[in-house]
Structures are given as C-alpha cells and as structure tokens.
Design a protein around this ligand. Structure first.
Ligand SMILES: Nc1ncnc2c1ncn2[C@@H]1O[C@H](COP(=O)(O)OP(=O)(O)OP(=O)(O)O)[C@@H](O)[C@H]1O
Ligand SMILES: [Mg+2]
Length: 216
C-alpha cells in the first residue's frame, strides 16, 4: 500500500479537491483506492456518498475504523485527506506513516504565510529532515502562466521546493465535487484541458512507487 498524505493546515487550500481527484484518477486506472478522511467536516466522505454507481470505485475510511477497512479492502493506494489546522504530534504521526506528502497551496498572501509556517514545521520532522520523505507542492487554483504562479514560485524558491504542477481554477472542479466525481470521471470533451495539469503529480507518484517496490 502506498500512502499519500494531502495536507496544509490552511483551510480551503485545496486538500480535498486534490485528494478526491487523485483518487478518481487512480480508480479510473483500475487501482484499489481508499480515502482516509481525517477531517471532521467529512468533505471527502460526503463526496464518496454522492459518487454515482457505475464510476470507478473509491472506498472510504474514517479514522476509527481505519484498520479493519484497510484489512478488508487491501487498497493499493491510501489517500489521506488531512484536516485543516493540522500540526504537532498529529502532523508528525501522519508524516511518519506517509510515503509521500502533497501540499496544495493557494496563492493569496494569507495562504503563503500559513503555508510557510507549515513547511517550517514539516522541515523539523525527522523523516523530512533526513530526506527520507517525498514532499511536493501543488499550486492550487492557479494557472501556470499567470503572475500568481510566478508569485508561488518566488515564495518557494528560498525553501528549495519546487511546484510539481499548477491546478487551474475551474468551475468544473466545483461541479465534479458536487456530483461525487473527479474531473477524470468527466468526458474528455469537457475536462481534457484540466487533465493536462495532473501528469507531473502522477509521474512523481509513479516514480516513488517504483522506488519503494525496488527497495522491498
Ligand atoms: N482548482 C480548483 N478550481 C476551482 N475551485 C476549486 C479548486 N480547488 C478547490 N476549489 C474549491 O475551493 C474550495 C476549497 O477547496 P477544498 O475543499 O478542496 O480545500 P480544503 O483544503 O480541503 O479545505 P478544508 O481546509 O476546509 O478542508 C472548495 O469549494 C473547492 O470546490
Ligand atoms: Mg477539505
């Protein structure tokens, strides 16, 4: 099982959007995918409840029943939708169990400030400090060709972190979420433009999965 934690303590950074779309993509590739919903708002769980029959299956788990859910389904991917305001021991524990940590970052000043604190805290955690934890940033609700994207790059440059990709702002994400879908569940004619933002994330994860398999 490969565990991806999607985290940023800033509310509305795009965690659930990244988690659910990644889940939808992987499920569409015939992978067994489970979302562990650690957010009390239960946005991912509600998304799953809205998911129509006939689309690639994504299972859900809640923290209380996580162990048995994982044992029963044996997911290949566990995607953890982390709660807002995550820090301290809870953050350390999630990073410990993650194979990869994805940090979606929106491009307002407030988001940068909150994310800077979060990245500073992440950098103090042992697996990150020792370079044993894959960590990547995803620009959230930002077009790669805009000033906002350049601002994000400038914000990250001193931290020696790259932006894997910019996920553009589109109402299709909002519509898909309302229907329990990912943009990968939507027809090519509607969503193809949005799919183009995702390959860097998918390739990054694929490389990490291959590396993990090689070390087993
Ligand atoms: N790329 C996007 N384009 C358009 N809307 C988006 C995009 N990403 C996120 N949103 C919208 O922004 C809002 C916040 O996103 P989301 O719920 O994914 O963030 P979050 O980090 O999970 O928030 P919370 O901290 O409350 O859990 C939602 O209404 C979502 O539909
Ligand atoms: Mg959320």
């Amino acid at each position: 099982m490969f565990t991806v934690v999607v985290a940023n303590p800033k509310g509305g950074a795009g965690k659930t959007t990244v988690a659910t779309n990644l889940a939808g993509y992987l499920a569409g590739k015939h992978q067994r995918v489970m979302i562990l919903d650690m957010d009390r708002q239960r946005s991912a769980t509600r998304w799953l409840a809205r998911r129509p029959r006939g689309f690639p299956e994504v299972r859900g788990a809640l923290p209380d029943a996580e162990g048995s859910a994982i044992r029963d389904y044996r997911p290949q991917w566990l995607i953890i939708d982390a709660p807002a305001a995550l820090h301290g021991a809870a953050l350390a524990e999630l990073v410990r169990r993650a194979d990869a940590v994805l940090v979606p970052v929106s491009t307002s000043t407030f988001d940068f400030e909150a994310t800077a604190d979060f990245l500073a805290e992440l950098a103090t955690l042992k697996p990150v400090k020792e370079g044993r934890r894959a960590l990547a940033i995803v620009g959230s609700r930002v077009d790669g060709r805009t000033v906002a994207a350049a601002d994000l790059d400038a914000f990250l440059a001193p931290l020696a972190l790259d932006v894997l990709t910019h996920i553009r702002d589109s109402q299709l994400y909002v519509h898909a979420a309302r229907e329990g879908l990912s943009v990968f569940d939507q027809p090519r004619s509607r969503a193809e433009e949005l799919w183009a933002d995702w390959p860097p994330v998918l390739h990054w994860l694929q490389r990490l999965v291959s590396t993990k398999a090689a070390h087993r």
